[in-house]
Design a protein. Structure first.
Length: 233
């Protein structure tokens, strides 16, 4: 019998507390869920629900006070910084609300960056980057810098950059937050198409129920607790 593959992402009773004066304020109060490979999941919750804290813990940018986070079966919760950075570069693609592109680099060069960081050697970084930019509809913008691109185009570059290393999961934090409604809808349709074609795992964090509705499953967060959607259907 074959071994059941590890989920792309698994959280086990994740808690995160922060000091406030002499007290500890519990931000995450025991979060458990899994996201299987190939899923498209939305993390839905209002401001202050703990979304940003949870994303930081998942991405290894912050440590849980207790509990475990596993990326593709690897427990990153207590991993040393050097090894954690290596695993994060290999296993996670990140998309931010503010795009976070390097302004002095072209679209092609921005997408190439993660390939050099991860030291991927299976082919030309430029070839991989070109293919990803073509997949997001920007083959005609390869040599344009971020300041020469619209907001929607910049976010497409960011998605190409996040996917180019073929990570276990792509995490998008309010990816439509800096876009108008029309461009936001186009971006979500693009993500859905890319996810279906490539079977890439996506987790989108949002406060907007309309944005969350584009995902196949929703994890609903309220006051540091997961109130719905922990198990895949």
């Amino acid at each position: 019998m074959g071994t059941t593959p590890a989920p792309a992402l698994e959280a086990r009773d994740v808690r995160r507390s922060l000091p406030l004066g002499r007290e500890q304020v519990e931000i995450l109060k025991g979060i458990s869920f899994r996201i299987d490979h190939g899923e498209f999941v939305a993390l839905l919750g209002p401001s202050g629900s703990g979304k940003s804290t949870l994303l930081g813990v998942i991405a290894g940018l912050d440590r849980p006070t207790s509990g475990q986070v596993l990326l593709d079966g690897i427990d990153v919760s207590r991993m040393g910084e050097g090894k954690l950075a290596e695993v994060r570069n290999q296993k996670i693609g990140m998309v931010f609300q503010a795009f976070n592109l390097i302004p002095t680099l072209t679209a092609l060069e921005n997408v190439e960056v993660p390939l050099y960081v991860s030291r991927r050697r299976d082919g030309s970084p430029s070839k991989h980057a070109r293919q990803m930019l073509e997949a997001v509809g920007l083959s005609h913008r390869l040599q344009h810098r971020p300041g020469q691109l619209s907001g929607g185009e910049q976010q497409r570059v960011a998605i190409a950059r996040a996917m180019v290393t073929e990570p276990a999961i792509v995490i998008a934090d309010e990816p439509t937050g800096n876009l108008d409604a029309a461009n936001g809808d186009k971006l979500l349709a693009l993500i859905a198409d890319l996810q279906a074609q490539s079977n890439t795992t996506f987790l989108i964090a949002t406060h907007d129920a309309d944005v969350a509705s584009h995902a196949a499953r929703q994890l609903k967060l309220s006051d540091g607790l997961l109130v719905d959607g922990a198990e895949p259907r």
